[in-house]
Design a binder for this molecule. Sequence first.
Ligand SMILES: Nc1ncnc2c1ncn2[C@@H]1O[C@H](COP(=O)(O)OP(=O)(O)O)[C@@H](O)[C@H]1O
Ligand SMILES: [Mg+2]
Length: 186
Amino acid sequence: MFYVGAVLTAKGLYTFQQTLEAFSLITFSVAFSGALLGYVPAVSKAARAALDLLRLLRLDKDTAESRGTDRYPIDGAPAIAFERVDFAYPSRPDALVLRDLSFVVRAGESVAIVGASGSGKSSVVALIQRLFEPSHGRITLDGHDLGATDVRFLRDHVAVVSQTPVLFDDSVEANVLCALAWPRLD
Ligand SMILES: Nc1ncnc2c1ncn2[C@@H]1O[C@H](COP(=O)(O)OP(=O)(O)O)[C@@H](O)[C@H]1O
Ligand SMILES: [Mg+2]
């Protein structure tokens, strides 16, 4: 650039100031373009993530999530009953995860569900949160059918500490506040 600038200036085609301006322009714009190019992978990732989010927001709302409007007073820990529950995940309808499962947890009682890995413990907890619905049978809270219960109301009364909790890179307090705010984000 200096060589070309020197030749152009010597021939009187450029003034000295014009040469310096062109030099600065080229140097800075190339450096900044290079820095910007570094963001290309992040931009394409963000675009893909945004599309995923939009797809989630557009998902058909008429799912198990939206059915049920019952709200009832829940005083302390309610009784939970599984009545002859069969359950298979919608993605694998032929693989029965729970078969004819019945049990009662009386109000205030602590219960441990024990079993080998893959025996369906987490699935029981997912059903209580109504992330899925039983294929057969029913689940009740203090005698109220979970399937008819307002799902937001239900989840306001359920706390789950999962096996592998998702933690954000922030304080414990911020993480707890996030978890509390989550059901109300819509
Ligand atoms: N989202 C899912 N879709 C399909 N199958 C699943 C899903 N989650 C778990 N399963 C299957 O359901 C069975 C029970 O899993 P799970 O309830 O997680 O067992 P546990 O918590 O007792 O280890 C396993 O065979 C597992 O592969
Ligand atoms: Mg589990």
